[in-house]
Design a protein around this ligand. Sequence first.
Ligand code: ADP
Length: 605
Amino acid sequence: MVVGAKSDLNENPLAWLRNRWGVVGGAAILYTILYALWTYFHWGNSRFNPLIANLAFFPITFFTLIASWRVYVDKALNSRIRRAWFLFSLSVFLQIVGDVVAFYEDTILQLNIPYFLSDIFYLAFYPFVLWGLLTLPGVSLDRKGWLRFALDLVLVMIAAWMMVWYFIIVPAVNIQNDLIAPLIAASYPVSNLVVLGGVISLLSRGRRQNTMVRPSLLIFLAGLLCFVAANLLDTYFTVRDVETRGTWIGVGWLMAYIFFALAAIRQRSPLSTSYADSLVSQLLDILPMVLPFAAIGMGYGLVIFVARSNLTFDNSDVRGVFFGAAVLTVFVVARQIITLRDNLHLNDELRQFSETLEQRVAQRTQELQQSQEALLASEKMAIIGTLAAGVAHEISNPLSAIITSSEHLESELNVKRLSLETLGDYLAVITRSASHAMHIAQALRNQSRGRTPELVSQKISDVLSEALMLMEGQIKRWNRVKVVKEIDPDLPPVLCDRNQIAQVVFNLLNNARDAMPQGGAVKLRAWHDGAHVRIEVSDQGVGIPPEMIEDLFKTFFTTKPIGKGTGLGLSIVREIVQNHKGTIDVKSDGAGKGATFVVTLPIAT
Ligand code: ADP
């Protein structure tokens, strides 16, 4: 259910209003519109205006109280959110008490002084709201963070006081000659601005750590903005003794309450993070940084304004402004000192970090080296394993042929039936098998030693014929694979090691055979080509995909199963050919199209 609601919220940012409380919220908005219309038209007997204005608030303030209280009692929510909303409910309750007292003072006692007991309740709203905000999750600050936060709020407060003092209180006192009433009246907008500053700065802090309260706080912020506007106007008019009840200011207050209630409803509905990325959110991220500077600018801006327009310093209003500027300066300096110390501290941390960084890099490099060595060692072991399996496989065949032949010879000798012909046959098998095994052993020895060829000038056709003769026995046993020879009998002499050239032919022919599991013909050609002799082995086998050609000659590269391939054959071939100052090329038209290996050797001069 929650998941469904979440995706719904991502699509429609107002989906959280689709419930019973959303409907009540809608009714409250309609009510406010109705009140606004009344404010405009003032239907009915004007005698009742103050009464209507006083009573009109109750339905909305109660609605806000209940909505906030429901957040507090919602067990599904985080306990810090619930505590905060308990404090918000308490603040709203204080407002209601204030309204009741004001109603009593106004309507029953008919007191004609603008500020009285009700103000204590009204003003108590702000500390509780601020306290509630500070209990919200995601607001956790360290000691220095709190100090800076408090200083920022003080800066906002001083600047707000300076403005309200100069533009609202001083003119009013000049008119009324009473200081207390304007001072109390001015407390409202100032407190509002402080709470507003708090919300903005908390909203930005909560962004990264906690999106739980953010959407709701944004609505709360809208409410506070209405409150500030309404309170500023109310103060402005009240200190001039102008009746504010039943005016547009009341509509502002009602709107503020409705926003608070909507914030409570929003808090109880599933989260959507889309708010966190909205433009408003991004703006709010910058605001807290700007806020203290805006306050400073406002304070000193006022000083400049006053200094330019009014140069007589004995005026009490001017002195007030300069006093405010002095206090502002003290706090600005304090704030800057804290920031400076923080920066120094950060610098220190950074230095320490960069010092340990070098050590850490060295340590890591060492670790990496060790693990690389371990990897290499394990790779080597795997290679040796493959090699050993290959050698064992290759050698076990001729060895078993030798053993079987010897056993036969022995048993026939025992029964004394041994003819010379049979003896010859068995000895031939034994010799062939033993020489095969020796070849393998030699190949391995050569591989490990790095072969230096014994170069002798000799006819390459003779060398090739001899190599083929040596392999004859094996080739005969090849299944359905035959070798077609096209060797020019009069090839010129080449400086070469006959054993090694035999090894090259042997390896190439063996690979050609392996490439033709279904059988076919391997062609061995040799011809004279200018200053070179070319030896070509071509097959009709599986062929070689182009991307593999590069890897073919690498030591241990094989596509054959363990025990069958060692990946040594072609790397040996290449090394031998290079030692003979020759080259080897491979061509294949791709998979299934066969392969051709061409060895080019220089003619002996
Ligand atoms: P091995 O034969 O032990 O695998 P080689 O170095 O002789 O080692 O060959 C490496 C690989 O090259 C073989 O595993 C095979 O995949 C490929 N190869 C060699 N010759 C041929 C050929 N004639 N046709 C297709 N593939 C070949």
